[in-house]
Design a protein around this ligand. Structure first.
Ligand code: NAP
Ligand code: HSE
Length: 439
């Protein structure tokens, strides 16, 4: 390939992100060529979709469309394959086939890389064919490049982030517009933030997949998703948000990756209370923020749009330029290369924070005392309790009681909660939020 040859792109997926990539290339393709001194010209040569007849806002020539992603692999004019179909089955086959064929891959598919990345990165290494995945974490924020390249000389101490735009958007709309959960989710889907199946957005797994990718880059060993603690936002009620507010906190879905002194890595994703004065508490709407702390950089913060068409397409296009440069100048293998066979994860039971626990209960005399008794026996300190009552009907039954608990090991808390769940007065499983003391 000569310096002036265009790079042929096979685009698998022409949905929210795929059509965004098309638009960016139409809009800024010439700018990219200018900025690379004429070296990089990007041309989409095939587009794979499920239904070519579907009405689409972005207009690409009909002749480019196919329903067979294999056409992208077989077409000799396609140099680079962009996987934006989502899921872990067809997407896996497509990415593996592209690598086998020696075609570099760009993907925004965090579920695929977190669940099956080890197989794919091994193949990538064997074939000396890179996988680029900037769009897989935090949409338009260049956090992969930062962790993988800019911070390569650091030992990473912590990565703490709000890395799911949909859940952040939902929490914000519930907090400020008073929307209920289904209405807020419908808005996030309409804006193109949510996944085709939003289950992973709201159950915490989309953020957890991203945290797994960041942790593997920072600590160098593959992490099995089965060993990662994940809770989502589906259980959050307006009551939790209001109560957090009264206490000076904001509720966020937070992903925490932290290296302990013995080298073990803590990794978890769950709804958390964050002090209102903390910078992460001000990350609203679809925005994401990732705070990285390392021995060289100290504290750093990355902030930007974490989902949506244009921000995500921006990251995909940056990867396309990188892939084009590598193709032309053979700059070597990129992607996640495990450099340790295994590593140790901190059991979730050994992690420690203060917490907020909401218990669904039957109102009768002694309920709070019974729960407090179990907590006291477990030597878990209580910093406050609250049972919301209607000021106009102070004698009406309450159905929820919340406890603020001192910092303790999560395992200890879980054992106590199991005993509390067995009390007659407790009607359902308690809902737990971490209270993070972030610096
Ligand atoms: P989407 O809007 O649902 O688009 C998916 C596209 O893939 C559609 O064009 C669909 O075709 C096509 N497709 C699905 N299965 C296919 C198959 N087997 N063969 C050929 N084409 C197939 O999804 P998206 O929001 O663009 O997301 C794509 C990927 O980017 C996902 O991995 C997602 O996690 C990731 N991502 C999304 C965002 C975001 O903000 N949306 C941000 C970061 C990363 P039809 O159009 O004919 O249905
Ligand atoms: N559904 C994802 C989110 C898209 O809301 O963050 C970006 O990965």
């Amino acid at each position: 390939m000569s310096d002036s040859d265009p790079i042929g792109i096979g685009l698998a997926g022409f949905g929210t992100v795929g059509s965004g990539v098309w638009n960016v290339l139409q809009r800024n393709g010439g700018l990219i060529t200018d900025r690379t001194g004429g070296a990089v010209r990007l041309e989409v040569r095939r587009i794979a979709v499920r239904d070519p007849g579907k009405p689409r806002e972005a207009k690409a020539p009909e002749a480019l469309f196919t329903t067979e992603w294999k056409d992208l692999i077989e077409d000799p004019s396609v140099d680079v394959v962009v996987e934006l179909i989502g899921g872990t089955d067809h997407a896996f086959e497509l990415v593996a086939a592209a690598l086998e064929a020696g075609k570099p891959v760009i993907t925004g598919n965090k579920a695929l890389l977190a669940e099956r990345g080890v197989e794919l990165f091994t193949l990538s290494k064997e074939r000396d064919t890179p996988i680029h995945f900037e769009a897989a974490v935090a949409g338009g924020i260049p956090i992969i490049k930062a962790v993988q390249e800019s911070f390569i000389g650091n030992r990473i101490h912590t990565i703490v982030g709000i890395i799911n735009g949909t859940s952040n958007y939902i929490l914000q709309r519930m907090t400020e517009a008073g929307l209920d959960y289904p209405a807020a989710l419908a808005e996030a889907s309409a804006k193109g933030y949510a996944e085709a199946d939003p289950t992973l957005d709201v159950n915490g797994w989309d953020a957890a997949h991203k945290a797994i990718l960041l942790a593997t880059l920072a600590y160098g060993f593959p992490i099995d998703p089965k060993n990662v603690y994940v809770r989502g936002i589906e259980m959050i009620k307006p009551l939790d948000i209001t109560f957090a507010k009264e206490l000076g906190y904001v509720v966020k879905l937070l992903s925490v990756v932290r290296e302990h002194d013995d080298g073990a890595v803590e990794i978890r994703t769950q709804p958390s209370f964050i002090r209102r004065s903390h910078i992460l508490a001000h990350v609203n709407d679809v925005f994401n923020a990732v705070a990285v702390s390392g021995d060289g950089i100290g504290d750093s913060l990355f902030y930007g749009r974490g989902a949506g068409q244009d921000p995500t397409a921006s990251s995909v296009v940056a990867d396309l330029v990188e892939a084009a440069r590598v193709l032309k100048h053979t700059a070597g293998h990129r992607g996640f290369l495990p450099y340790r066979e295994t590593g140790t994860l901190v059991p979730i039971a050994d992690t420690e924070t203060a917490s907020y626990v909401r218990f669904p209960v039957t109102d009768r005399p002694g309920v709070i005392a019974e729960i407090s008794q179990v907590l006291a026996e477990a030597e878990i300190g209580i910093s406050g309790t609250h049972s919301p009552v209607d000021p106009d009907h102070p004698d009406a039954d309450f159905v929820e009681v919340v406890f603020l608990l001192h910092t303790c090991r999560f395992g200890k808390l879980k054992r106590a909660l199991k005993k509390i769940e067995a009390l007659d007065c407790v009607t359902d499983r308690p809902v737990v939020f971490r209270i993070e003391s972030l610096t």
